[in-house]
Design a protein around this ligand. Structure first.
Ligand SMILES: Cc1cc2nc3c(=O)[nH]c(=O)nc-3n(C[C@H](O)[C@H](O)[C@H](O)COP(=O)(O)O)c2cc1C
Length: 388
């Protein structure tokens, strides 16, 4: 199992839907989160793309030198630049970071925003353009290892003699991750991506999506890996965790919820429609109305687009829920919690020991051999017997 964290490049919150106690994003804060994730042994961090976020390429490039092992899952939205430039940026990033780049292909689900970016606005055209983009991107990079060029004449994009002189370190190319819940998205995942991501819908629904993508991929002789993107609210006891969830939405007013829901309703994203449907029936804020599957809470989605659910519970309950998703096919998780710095520590310290992680924990990271014991336990010469 791989666990990634999230860089909140649009700002961080203590209470959803208000600026009270909120944190502005600046370089020092993003660096703190990235360094925390790196030291704690997270596999990587996801950065989003969109007009409400800082640019993911600029942010993640600036953090290469501040981190050692952390991978960067960088959102790439077709249409913002040509695939040849995206291939060059990816190769450069991968080389400069020592092979730490992952790509998150983001088709986008807000027609108004995409129109502003100069991207085809119909859902099907947008996916056609995404499929052409990632094909060109992948071919240019893959052929660069052999010094070959690539020609492509598509409906939306074309290149002639496209060539990359400096290949990335990762062979044949940095892995491509991708999320989307429509038919077109499932086809694209089956045909072209390495890891398919779903928002944290209830495990049974996620399983159906994974099964569908797996079956489509199998028909093409391909295999796809799977991941889930959601939030976590973990505390030492279950009651503290639920109290933290309540607190997170305690400053939220009806007007803010209504405004957020109205803006999500304008999107043409199947994934967003499915997220909104998780709490439309009741519309309320009680645990009974928002706990849509045991320990899965839809409260974040009252005001946040995209990832709208959180696993809530004590460490064992949270780990068990992650294993439920693992049983459904997921081997990667992109998690977050508010505020992102403190919760990165809390999650790693309380839950990592309970997970079958395939990546390095802090004690096995280069240069971080922990000698233990440490902390107050050794203050004033009170060294525990086993360490003496
Ligand atoms: C894990 C994950 C991350 C995403 N990140 C972004 C993002 O950074 N920016 C964005 O505009 N859309 C993002 N999306 C939305 C997708 O790009 C896609 O537009 C959306 O799922 C709509 O496609 P659909 O109709 O196939 O569901 C993300 C989706 C997933 C599942």
């Amino acid at each position: 199992m791989k666990v990634l964290w999230f860089l909140p490049t649009h700002g961080d919150s203590r209470y959803l839907g208000t600026s009270e106690g909120a944190r502005e994003v600046d370089y020092d804060y993003l660096r703190q989160i990235a360094q925390a994730a790196d030291q704690l042994g997270y596999y990587g961090v996801l950065t989003p793309t969109g007009r409400s976020c800082e640019d993911p390429w600029v942010v993640t490039s600036s953090l290469i030198g501040a981190t050692k092992n952390l991978r960067f899952l960088v959102a790439v939205r077709p249409g913002l630049h040509q695939p040849a430039l995206a291939a060059r940026m990816a190769a450069t990033f991968d080389r400069l970071s020592g092979g730490r780049l992952l790509i998150n292909l983001v088709t986008g689900g807000d027609a108004a925003e995409l129109a502003g970016d100069g991207v085809p606005t119909s859902h099907s055209e947008r996916y056609e353009a995404s499929a052409e983009f990632i094909r060109i991107w992948r071919e240019i990079i893959t052929r660069s290892h052999a010094g070959e060029s690539f020609d492509f004449e598509g409906k939306h994009l074309s290149v002639k003699g496209a060539k990359l002189f400096y290949p990335p370190l990762q062979q044949p190319h940095p892995p491509v991750w991708f999320g989307g819940s429509s038919d077109a998205a499932h086809d694209l995942a089956a045909e072209q991506v390495e890891t398919y991501l779903s928002w944290g819908e209830p495990p049974a629904d996620v399983r159906k999506k994974f099964d569908d993508v797996r079956a489509r991929a199998a028909r093409l002789g391909r295999k796809v890996r799977f991941g889930v993107r959601l939030h976590v609210i973990v505390r030492e006891t279950e009651s503290e965790a639920w109290a933290a969830a309540e607190k997170l939405i305690s400053r939220l007013d009806d007007e803010t919820v209504a405004r957020a829901q109205a803006s999500f309703a304008k999107m043409d994203s199947e994934g967003q429609r499915r997220m909104a449907a998780l709490h439309r029936q009741g519309g309320g804020r009680s645990r009974a109305e928002l706990e849509i599957s045991p320990h899965l809470w839809a409260g974040v989605g009252l005001v946040r687009g995209g990832a709208g659910t959180a696993i809530v519970g004590n460490p064992e309950q949270v780990a068990a829920k992650l294993r439920e998703y693992q049983d459904a096919g997921a081997d990667a998780f992109v998690l977050s919690g508010y505020p992102h710095l403190e919760e990165a520590y809390r999650f790693a310290e309380l839950v990592f020991p309970l997970l079958p992680l395939e990546h390095a924990l802090p004690e096995s990271l280069p240069g971080r051999k922990l000698s233990g014991p440490f902390g107050e336990v050794v203050a004033n010469n009170h060294i525990p017997k086993q360490a003496a």
